[in-house]
Write a protein that binds this ligand. Structure first.
Ligand code: ZN
Length: 114
């Protein structure tokens, strides 16, 4: 019974690895849209009502405890959105792998005892 559970876990782990290998480009972070006001006197961004500059797209992310952000051109938005989505998928898959691997290890450690 434990052996079939082990086989099932191994099969699930292989599936996770296959899905990870199939992932495309990725990057961490979240996308936001900004409208800015400039320093030019009499500019439309200071009119009433103001017509601010933008939209500007920005991806914010934290790596190794350091937060930063990067502007994204409009023509790159679709690619970056896909990369952000792939990153989230990668995290979900790695989490699943960790859970499966831990259960597998526990199972094998328990089998050695008996
Ligand atoms: Zn302006």
């Amino acid at each position: 019974m434990n052996l079939s559970r082990e086989k099932l876990l191994l099969r699930k782990i292989e599936k996770v690895k296959t899905q990870l290998a199939a992932l495309g480009d990725l990057r961490p972070g979240s996308l936001s849209t900004q409208y800015n006001v400039c320093g030019t006197p009499g500019c439309r961004c200071k009119a009433t009502p103001p017509k601010k500059h933008g939209p500007y797209y920005q991806v914010s992310f934290t790596r190794k405890g350091k937060s930063s952000s990067k502007f994204v051109r409009k023509q790159d938005l679709a690619a970056v959105r896909k990369e952000l989505k792939n990153y989230e998928t990668m995290k979900t898959l790695v989490d699943r792998w960790i859970d499966l691997a831990t259960e597998l290890s526990n199972l094998r450690l328990a089998n050695k005892r008996t």
